[in-house]
Design a protein around this ligand. Structure first.
Ligand SMILES: Cc1cc2nc3c(=O)[nH]c(=O)nc-3n(C[C@H](O)[C@H](O)[C@H](O)COP(=O)(O)OP(=O)(O)OC[C@H]3O[C@@H](n4cnc5c(N)ncnc54)[C@H](O)[C@@H]3O)c2cc1C
Length: 511
């Protein structure tokens, strides 16, 4: 009971002080355990790298991410400069420029950085949400991988060197422009045209979703004139020597007004003769962009989803330890205890699963079966974890009551909106579910669907494995899935990811 008090002394200060001190890595023994499990003999080195980057991500970069999220800080488009020169420049707040420069200075894609160190650092960076760094990192990672495999021209090799190792202390930033107005999932339906003129390729046409519109370079899909095959190109987005002054044969027509990833400029662009350099054989562009670029992006969405969940579960726990209702701490209510425990477990299993899938994906000398498993796991995780992330963040927001939806009270509304975007880009759920079905159907002569499931779920409870294996055995042989089977396919794929993540968590916890 309380008596009236016109000078209500209530303060959030103890909560804010506790929250401000949290170190994403040092204060997360579970994450350390995950790193120890996968790093094995390399743990001391990777642990030290994680601690160093966490010192930045948990404080300075967190504050920059929060500051740039304010409404008035959203990126804007400057089409003309004061001297009537067409510049098509994206204006971003100082916080975004600083954060991007500091994060890219980590040299995450350099040959000096091994995959596990990279992913641990990215995990910690992604605890801050998009912040105009997550998407640029993902796009650059895909660009490095595809150029590592296929850069042939001197220009493409120079771009690779800039994004991978930096130049004059600055690392190039990459983008990926595939989606067109008529559809993003159906990349073969691209109509952007590539024309060979005087020995140089130039691109003409429009792209409708161009994130990282401020980037230095982009990988771009386009069809060589007269061909139905999608080619892959890399292009500087500025004329060399005129960076941030003169565009390379393109106009930025509009910046999109988005629900999430608001700090990231996503543009609609028209190419009017943009110089570009082929990446790999031009009749293999689709395979390279899906097999390398999109696959890496999808893998990283899994890591980003886990990082958001970890952050959300922790934010909710810290608030619940502070806030009181009806005379007791929120943590005293069994309902809240159950919700916090569920969020924590969901975030732990998604994290363990994401690291295990990352490990499987980067395993050297994979045979045909391991390659197929890794490819399917990446797609399964992409759709399931991004949706789990949105759900967990929503639950975390609920612990905050009305404050949960206040944009400047905590980072959760921003993470929630970013997570909704993660569900859609890099392949929405249906597209991935359909692709997984096609892949397994095609592979089923060599690998029986049941064997695929039991192989992935080694170590899982037999009662969990049996219904998933039975559904795969029934549905994979079908050429096309009828409506009711689509529902069951969706559920079985989701159950498979969750069972895989549960095994990953048990392995980490037992280590
Ligand atoms: C914030 C944001 C930033 C983005 N940035 C970029 C970027 O930088 N570069 C880029 O190239 N793209 C970008 N995209 C585009 C994104 O990749 C596409 O939105 C996505 O690929 C889906 O394409 P679409 O929007 O045209 O949807 P559509 O392809 O029109 O799909 C619409 C619906 O139909 C479903 N569907 C499609 N095919 C099938 C099928 N075979 N079976 C069943 N259902 C199906 C989809 O699942 C979806 O639900 C971005 C998107 C967002 C939201």
């Amino acid at each position: 009971m309380s008596l009236p008090n016109r000078h209500n002394p209530y303060r959030f200060d103890p909560y804010l002080e506790r929250r401000a001190k949290i170190d994403y890595y040092a204060d997360d023994p579970f994450l350390q355990q995950v790193v120890r499990h996968f790093a094995k003999g390399d743990f001391a080195r990777i642990d030290a790298a994680a601690r160093a980057v966490s010192q930045k991500a948990s404080y300075r970069w967190r504050d920059l991410a929060d500051a740039m999220a304010r409404l008035e800080q959203r990126p804007t488009l400057q089409t003309w400069d004061a001297h009537h020169r067409r510049v098509d420049r994206v204006l971003r707040p100082a916080e975004a420029l600083t954060l991007e420069s500091e994060v890219f200075s980590e040299g995450l894609f350099s040959r000096r950085t091994d995959p596990l160190t990279r992913i641990v650092k990215m995990f910690l960076i992604y605890e801050n949400g998009e912040a105009c760094t997550a998407c640029p990192l993902v796009c650059t990672e895909g660009m490095v991988a595809v150029l590592d495999a296929h850069a042939e021209s001197a220009e493409a090799k120079a771009i690779l060197e800039h994004v991978k190792e930096g130049r004059d202390g600055r690392f190039g930033v990459g983008a990926q422009f595939l989606s067109e107005i008529q559809g993003g999932s159906d990349v073969p339906a691209n109509v952007c045209e590539a024309v060979l003129e005087d020995g140089a390729w130039r691109l003409f046409g429009t792209k409708f979703f161009c994130s990282v519109a401020h980037a230095d370079y982009a990988v771009v899909t386009a069809k060589p004139r007269g061909s139905e095959a999608v080619g892959l190109f890399v292009a500087p987005l500025w004329q060399p020597g005129h960076e941030n002054q003169r565009r390379n044969g393109l106009t930025v027509d509009r910046l999109k007004w988005k629900m999430g990833t608001c700090e990231l400029p996503t543009a609609e662009m028209t190419f009017e003769g943009m110089f570009a350099y082929p990446v790999g054989p031009l009749d293999r562009g689709l395979a390279n962009v899906v097999g390398v670029v999109l696959t890496l992006s999808r893998l990283t969405v899994g890591i980003a989803s886990a990082a958001s969940m970890r952050r959300a579960a922790r934010e909710a726990a810290v608030y619940a330890e502070f806030r009181e209702a009806f005379g007791q701490r929120l943590t005293g209510f069994p309902m809240v205890q159950a919700q916090l425990a569920d969020m924590d477990r969901a975030s732990r299993r998604t994290t363990a699963g994401a690291f295990k899938i990352h490990h499987a994906f980067h395993a050297p000398d994979k045979d045909e079966r391991r390659t197929l498993e890794a490819r399917e796991l990446v797609m399964l995780q992409k759709f399931a974890s991004s949706e789990d992330s949105t759900e967990t963040i929503r639950e975390a927001m609920a612990i905050f009551g009305g404050h949960g939806v206040m944009e400047d009270f905590s980072c959760l509304p921003r993470l929630f909106r970013d997570s909704a975007v993660n569900e859609l880009w890099e392949g929405p759920r249906n597209v991935l579910l359909a692709q997984i079905h096609r892949d397994l159907h095609r592979a089923s002569r060599k690998l029986a669907p049941r064997e695929f499931v039991t192989g992935l779920l080694r170590g899982a409870d037999a009662g969990v494995v049996a219904p998933i294996a039975a559904t795969f055995e029934e549905l994979v042989p079908l050429e096309a899935l009828p409506i009711e089977a689509c529902r069951r396919w969706d559920q079985a794929c989701r159950a498979l990811v969750h069972a895989y993540q549960d095994v990953a968590l048990a392995e980490v916890e037992a280590s």
